[in-house]
Design a protein around this ligand. Structure first.
Ligand code: PHE
Ligand code: ZN
Length: 880
C-alpha cells in the first residue's frame, strides 16, 4: 500500500497556482501517427510568487521537440523535460512567452484521452487531465486562458476542422494537399474544456436567436449517412437553449454551437466550450434504432452538456474535489428540464429508481465517498453516481429548504458573483445562504459525509387531544475514512392523510422546525407534534423523495395499500407499491433461503391489478408501479449474506403470480396500447412502456397463446422500443420463437452498431445458466469490438451489472470472466477497465462462498504488477 499511498491528492493540500497562463496559441498539424503541436503560452507569475520559483508544467507521455523562452532557446541546464513534466528551474519574474513543440501519435492512443482517432475522425478528450497528453501545460481547472487554435490537416482526410469558440479564418495551404482553420475562444477557460475535431463529417444545421438577439449557428456533425438521425438531438438542443433562458435567465455566448458525435468515447458526452463532443449513442436517434429511453437520454444529455456552458464553463471548478459543483448542479438542471418537457412525477420516479439502484449501493460499499471527496488517487474514478446523482439531490434539497424564490435568487447571485471564476462548494453555498438569509453550515455536511442516512420513524396518535406526535431519528453508518458522523439537516416532506383519503392541513407545534409541509430534522432525534388531528391519519413520509435517505417506518400493509390508492403525491403512491412489493419479496426470499416456498400475498397482486386497469392514471405511471424492485435493489436492502439465486427465485415467483392473476388484462392491454405511428413524446412513450410491461407479464401468465402473441409483437413492431421489449421477453423467458426473433433482429440491424448493442445486452442479461457461455461466444461476433467502449459495456457491462444471478454464479465463473476481461482491457483503456471492475463493489455483501470467490479474483488482480493506476485504485479500495 505504501507505494501507492504517495500518489494521493488531498483537498487540504490545495494551493493556488504559482504561475498563470493568460493566452494559449496552439498550432496543431494533424497527422495520423505524428501530429505536431506548437503551443505558445503567455505566462506570468501569480501575485506573491517569489522570484525564482520553478515552473512545473504537466505532461503525460510527451516528448519535447523544441522549447523557446521569449523567442530564444534556453540553456540546457535551465530546464528539464520528461514524459510527465517540463520544468523551468528559474523562470523570469516578469510575464514571458514559452513556445513548446511536441509530437504525438493519435493513432496509437487507445485510452481515448488526449488527441485520438475514432473511425478516422481526429478528436480530443481533455477532462479531467487529458490536455497534458497534447502539450505541456498547467493542467488544472483553476488556470484559465484565452485560446486561439490553428488546425491544419490533409484536405481529403479531414475536410471539416472544428475548434472552440468562433471560427476566424480558413483556407487551403497553397501548393499542398492541406488546409487550415483558425478558431478563437474569447472566454477564458481551463484546459479540460479544450477540444478540436477534424475529419470527414457530414452535418445538419439550424439556428437559434437568443433573447437578446444573438444569432447562433447550430450544427451537429456525424459520420456521413447518419444525418437523418440528428433531428431529435437538434430539436432537444433548441429546446434546451430556450429553457435555460426562460428558467435560469442564461443565454448562449458564442456565434456558433457545434456538436460532434463519435463512436469511440469513454463517457456520455463532453461540454467543451462551443464544441460538445458526444458518444454517438446520445446523439443519433430514429424510431427504427432508438428506444423511447434512448430518446429521453439524448434529450437529457444534449441538455446537460448545453447547460454546462454556464454551470461548468463560465463558472468552473477550482480543483477536481469540487467536481460536484458543476456536475451535481448540471444534473439537477437537466432533470428539471426533462421534468418540464415530460411528466414530472414519472421523471422523478425514474430518477429516484436510478439513484437507489446505482448510488445507494455505491454509498453502502467499499467505494463510498462524499459528494465532495477529500482525497483521490485517480480523479477519473470519481465521475460517479455519488458526485452526479447524489450531487443533484443535494441541490434539490437546497431548493426544498429555501423555496423556489430564494433558490432562484441564490442561483442568480452565484452566476453574477462567480462568472469567470474557478469556484468552490463553499462559494456556491455562500450565495444561497446570503440570498435566503440562512445558515447552511449543517446543510454543508451533505457534501462531506458519505453514506446514506437512515431515518427511523415512530408515531403516536391521541384521539383525546387530537394530536399526532412523530419522532424522527437519523443515523449514518461508518464509511471508508469516516468512522463517526454528525447529524445532518434532512428536509422531510410530509403529508397526513385522513380516513377519506384527503390531506389534512398540518398544524405543527414546532413552527420554527416546519416549513410548509417540510419537517426540518437537524438533531439526531426530534419529535414533531401536530394539532387538530382528530382521527388516526396515514403518514405519507418523504414525499417526492425530499432527501436521499432510507426510511424505516413500519406502516401496516393496510396503510401502504391506502397510500397506493389515495396519496395526493404520485411519487409516494409509487413508493407505497414498491414498499409493498419489497416486503413481499423479502418474505419470499427469507423462506427460500430456508428451502421453503410460500404462497404469494393475494392482496398485493390484486392491488397491482387495480392500478393496471385504472384508466385515470398515466400509462407511464402505471408501468412504473407494476415494475417490481430489481434484483440489485433487493440485494441492497438485504445488505448482508446475500443469495442472488434466492432473490431471483423470489422475484420470479411474484412475477408469475401477477402474470397468472391478470393474464387476460395483460393480453388485452398489450393488444390495445401504443398503436399510433411512432412519435417520441412522453404520452406515446408511456403507452409503449406499459405495453412492454404487459408483454413481460403475459409471458409468465397461463394464456395459451402467449408465446405467439409476443413473437408477433417482435415481428411486427415498427419501432425499436416495441421490438426490443418483445425480443427481451422472448429471450429472458426462454419462449418458443426467441431464436427466430434474435436472428431476425440480427439480420435487420447488422449494419447498425448501436442497435446491435441492444441485441448484445438482451442476451447478456438473460437470467439463465448458459448466459456466460453465450456472452463469451458473442465477443467473437462480427459486430463486437473490444476496442469500442459502447460494445464492451453493452455486452460485458450489461452482464456484470444487469445480470446479478449469472454474474455472481456460485461457481465464481462470472467473477473470473470479469477479471480476465479487465486484464485484457486494462493496458489499452484503463478508464474502461476501471469502470468495469467496479461491478465488484458489493462483493462483501454476498454470502460467504460467493464473497470468497469474488475476493479471490480481486486479489489476483491486485497482484498484477502492470495494473493501471485507474484499475488498481478501484481494486484496492474494493479490497480495503
Ligand atoms: N463532463 C462530462 C459530463 O458530465 C463527463 C465526462 C467526464 C466526459 C470526463 C469525459 C471525460 O458532462
Ligand atoms: Zn456533466
Amino acid at each position: 500500500m505504501s507505494t501507492t499511498d504517495q500518489t494521493v491528492v488531498r483537498l487540504e493540500d490545495y494551493r493556488p497556482p504559482a504561475y498563470l497562463i493568460d493566452r494559449v496559441d496552439l498550432d496543431v498539424r494533424l497527422h495520423p501517427s505524428a501530429t505536431r503541436v506548437t503551443a505558445v503560452l503567455a505566462i506570468r507569475p501569480a501575485e506573491g510568487t517569489p522570484a525564482g520559483t520553478p515552473l512545473v508544467l504537466d505532461g503525460d507521455g510527451l516528448r519535447l521537440e523544441h522549447l523557446l523562452l521569449d523567442g530564444r532557446s534556453p540553456e540546457p541546464e535551465a530546464y528539464a523535460a520528461s514524459p510527465v513534466a517540463l520544468t523551468l528551474h528559474c523562470p523570469p519574474a516578469q510575464p514571458f512567452r514559452l513556445e513548446i513543440e511536441t509530437v504525438i501519435n493519435p493513432e496509437a492512443n487507445s485510452a481515448l484521452m488526449g488527441l485520438y482517432r475514432s473511425s478516422g475522425t481526429y478528436c480530443t478528450q481533455c477532462e479531467a487531465e487529458g490536455f497534458r497528453r497534447i502539450t505541456y501545460f498547467l493542467d488544472r481547472p483553476d488556470v484559465l486562458a484565452v485560446y486561439t487554435t490553428r488546425i491544419e490537416a490533409d484536405r481529403t482526410e479531414a475536410p471539416v476542422l472544428l475548434g472552440n469558440g468562433n471560427p476566424v479564418e480558413a483556407g487551403p495551404i497553397a501548393g499542398t494537399e492541406r488546409h487550415y482553420a483558425i478558431w478563437h475562444d474569447p472566454h477564458p477557460k481551463p484546459a479540460y474544456l479544450f477540444a478540436l475535431v477534424a475529419g470527414r463529417l457530414a452535418s445538419v444545421h439550424d439556428t437559434f436567436t437568443t433573447r437578446s438577439g444573438r444569432l447562433v449557428r447550430l450544427a451537429i456533425h456525424v459520420e456521413p449517412g447518419k444525418e437523418d438521425m440528428c433531428g431529435w438531438a437538434m430539436d432537444s438542443l433548441k429546446r434546451s437553449m430556450a429553457w435555460d433562458e426562460h428558467v435560469f435567465g442564461l443565454e448562449y455566448d458564442l456565434d456558433v454551437f457545434n456538436i460532434v458525435a463519435v463512436s469511440d468515447f469513454n463517457m456520455g458526452a463532453m461540454e467543451n466550450k462551443g464544441l460538445n463532443i458526444f458518444n454517438d449513442k446520445y446523439v443519433l436517434a430514429d424510431p427504427e434504432t432508438a428506444t423511447d429511453q434512448d430518446y429521453g437520454h439524448v434529450e437529457a444529455v444534449i441538455a446537460h452538456e448545453y447547460f454546462h456552458n454556464w454551470t461548468g464553463n463560465r463558472i468552473t471548478c477550482r480543483d477536481w474535489f469540487q467536481l460536484c459543483l458543476k456536475e451535481g448542479l448540471t444534473v439537477f438542471r437537466d432533470q428539471e428540464f426533462s421534468s418540464d418537457m415530460r411528466s414530472r412525477p414519472v421523471k422523478r420516479i425514474a430518477d429516484v429508481r436510478m439513484l437507489k439502484s446505482h448510488q445507494f449501493p455505491e454509498d453502502a460499499g467499499p467505494l463510498a465517498h462524499p459528494v465532495r471527496p477529500r482525497a483521490y488517487r485517480e480523479i477519473n474514478n470519481f465521475y460517479t453516481a455519488t458526485v452526479y446523482e447524489k450531487g443533484a439531490e443535494v441541490v434539490r434539497m437546497l431548493k426544498t429548504l429555501l423555496g423556489a424564490e430564494d433558490f432562484a435568487a441564490g442561483m442568480a447571485l452565484y452566476i453574477r458573483r462567480h462568472d469567470g471564476d474557478a469556484a468552490t462548494i463553499e462559494q456556491f453555498l455562500a450565495c444561497f445562504a446570503e440570498a435566503g438569509g440562512r445558515d447552511l453550515e449543517q446543510f454543508a455536511l451533505w457534501y462531506e459525509q458519505a453514506g446514506t442516512p437512515r431515518l427511523e420513524v415512530t408515531s403516536a396518535h391521541d384521539p383525546d387531544t387530537a394530536t399526532l406526535s412523530l419522532t424522527l431519528t437519523q443515523s449514518l453508518g461508518p464509511t471508508p475514512g469516516q468512522a463517526s458522523k454528525l447529524p445532518m439537516l434532512i428536509p422531510v416532506r410530509l403529508g397526513l392523510i385522513g380516513p377519506e383519503g384527503a390531506d389534512i392541513g398540518l398544524r405543527p407545534r414546532e413552527r420554527d422546525r416546519v416549513q410548509g409541509d417540510v419537517l426540518l430534522l437537524s438533531e439526531r432525534s426530534q419529535t414533531f407534534t401536530f394539532d387538530g388531528v382528530t382521527e388516526r391519519p396515514v403518514l405519507s413520509l418523504l414525499r417526492g423523495f425530499s432527501a436521499p435517505v432510507t426510511v424505516n417506518a413500519t406502516p401496516s400493509p393496510a396503510d401502504l395499500l391506502f397510500l397506493l390508492q389515495h396519496d395526493s403525491d404520485p411519487f409516494n403512491r409509487w413508493q407505497a407499491a414498491q414498499d409493498l412489493a419489497t416486503r413481499e419479496l423479502m418474505r419470499l426470499y427469507a423462506a427460500r433461503r430456508k428451502g421453503d416456498v410460500l404462497a404469494v400475498d393475494a392482496a398485493l397482486v390484486s392491488a397491482l391489478g387495480d392500478v393496471l386497469t385504472d384508466e385515470d392514471l398515466d400509462p407511464a405511471f402505471r408501468a412504473q408501479v407494476l415494475h417490481l424492485p430489481g434484483e440489485a435493489d433487493l440485494a441492497r436492502d438485504i445488505g448482508r449474506d446475500v443469495d442472488p439465486d434466492a432473490i431471483l427465485s423470489a422475484r420470479t415467483q411474484l412475477r408469475h403470480a401477477i402474470g397468472r392473476a391478470h393474464g387476460q388484462t395483460f393480453a388485452s392491454l398489450a393488444d390495445r396500447l401504443g398503436r399510433r405511428p411512432f412519435a417520441p413524446d412522453a404520452a406515446d412513450a408511456g403507452e409503449r412502456a406499459l405495453k412492454g410491461l404487459c408483454l413481460a407479464y403475459l409471458a409468465v401468465s397461463d394464456q395459451d397463446t402467449r408465446a405467439d402473441i409476443i413473437a408477433r409483437h417482435a415481428r411486427e413492431a415498427d419501432n425499436m422500443t416495441d421490438r426490443i421489449a418483445a425480443l427481451s421477453v422472448l429471450v429472458h423467458e426462454h419462449l418458443a420463437g426467441a431464436d427466430t426473433a434474435l436472428a431476425a433482429f440480427e439480420r435487420r440491424h447488422a449494419g447498425h452498431p448501436l442497435a446491435m448493442d441492444k441485441w448484445f445486452t438482451v442476451q447478456a442479461t438473460s437470467p439463465h445458466a448458459g448466459t456466460l457461455t453465450i456472452v463469451d461466444a458473442l465477443t467473437r461476433h462480427p459486430a463486437f469490438d473490444w476496442t469500442n467502449p459502447n460494445r464492451v459495456r453493452a455486452l460485458v457491462g450489461a452482464f456484470t451489472t444487469g445480470n446479478q444471478s449469472q454474474f455472481t454464479r456460485p461457481d465464481g465463473a462470472g467473477f473470473v470472466y470479469l477479471g480476465d476481461v479487465v486484464e485484457r482491457l486494462d493496458q489499452r483503456n484503463p478508464q474502461l477497465a476501471a469502470r468495469l471492475v467496479s461491478a465488484f463493489r458489493s462483493w462483501q455483501a454476498l454470502e460467504p462462498k460467493r464473497a470468497a470467490l469474488a475476493e479471490g479474483v480481486l486479489s489476483k488482480l491486485a497482484g498484477r504488477a502492470t495494473l493501471s493506476k485507474d484499475t488498481r485504485d478501484i481494486v484496492e479500495r474494493c479490497l480495503a
